[in-house]
Design a protein. Structure first.
Length: 334
């Protein structure tokens, strides 16, 4: 979705709406995929006929293969893009040894291991990048990845290893977007050309991420809708992501989405409430709302959302890591 705006109207970037995984077990068993479209190829073709973007969640749990990435590119229409989630070891999450290449230990502190994993990950997504189908690489950092000098150094290394890639960053520690850190966070991401990921989630928990939507890259902005379940910090995967968005809740985001689209080349709006058909139905509703609201309307600036190029700022004193926690879900995308 995009438009040309005459006169004093601001040119809108393209808005792409989709979901976080097209092969979640609850979705594949829901009946959303019609008969004859329930194999791996059929599912992806069916999904890509309805949405222009999807997030690849399986790459977090296992390194993607070049062959699979090539098949994804071949099975989707021109212009369709994949946002690929970075492998768990690359974002400091616990990683199962069985998913490591060549029997390597899941030790991110070993330089040889880390170099090998980065190389395999890059090889795995190269067919998507070469075909122009790589929408972004999502680095979703864990709740114990707190703002500080060590985190800044980690992001600097990620930037060096991902030079030339479209990169989006989602922080799960709320401190990154609190008032004392927000400007620094924006400056840090802007320095490396990384897109800040805005999130929609419940705001009732100590771990809730504020629903701010800063722009830190002119190329891309990403908004991920996690649902508003109060079980976000506990419970099963189904408890955390079981949420049905109401149309009014989605409509609340329209001014911010239009504002974001006016400042970037492309905006990805992704639904992560992947229980049954909840995510695809929310994505369909959001597409309809965006279409009816008019992508070429004059933009209302949201003063709560920081602008694209934040000034450089000194890093506050470092805080310490809280240690590992378990990851959330597994999916099969092939």
């Amino acid at each position: 979705m995009g438009s040309h705006n005459p006169g004093n109207r601001i040119r809108m970037g393209e808005i792409r709406v989709g979901t976080c995984s097209w092969t979640d077990r609850a979705l594949t068993g829901s009946g959303w995929y019609p008969p004859g479209r329930r194999d791996a190829e059929g599912r992806l073709r069916h999904y890509a006929g309805r949405f222009p973007v999807v997030e690849v969640d399986s790459s977090y749990y296992a390194l993607p293969s070049p062959r699979t990435s090539l098949l994804w590119a071949e099975r989707t229409p021109p212009g369709f893009v994949f946002d690929v989630k970075a492998f768990s070891l690359l974002t400091g999450h616990p990683t199962r040894g069985s998913t490591m290449p060549g029997g390597l230990p899941a030790d991110p502190g070993d330089a040889k291991v880390l170099n090998a994993v980065w190389r395999r990950f890059a090889e795995g997504i190269e067919p998507l990048r070469a075909a122009g189908r790589l929408g972004s690489v999502l680095f979703q950092f864990p709740p114990w990845f707190r703002p500080g000098q060590r985190a800044g150094a980690f992001l600097r290394e990620c930037a060096a290893r991902t030079a030339g890639w479209p990169v989006a960053v989602e922080f799960r520690h709320p401190g990154w977007w609190r008032s004392e850190w927000a400007d620094v966070t924006c400056a840090l991401l802007a320095r490396y050309g990384m897109a800040a990921v805005a999130v929609d989630m419940t705001q009732t928990l100590p771990v809730s991420i504020p629903p701010v939507a800063p722009v830190t890259s002119p190329r891309l902005s990403v908004v991920r809708f996690h649902g508003r379940s109060a079980a976000w910090g506990s419970g099963s995967k189904e408890d955390r992501f079981r949420y049905e968005y109401g149309e009014d809740e989605l409509a609340e985001w329209l001014p911010r989405l239009h504002s974001l689209a006016g400042r970037v080349e492309q905006l990805h709006v992704l639904f992560n409430n992947c229980c049954g058909t909840a995510a695809v139905r929310a994505a369909e509703t959001m597409q309809r709302l965006l279409s009816h609201s008019g992508a070429d309307q004059t933009l209302a600036r949201d003063g709560a959302n920081t602008a694209a190029s934040a000034p450089a700022a000194a890093m506050p004193a470092e805080t310490h890591s809280a240690g590992p926690q378990p990851s959330r879900k597994a999916s099969r995308e092939a």
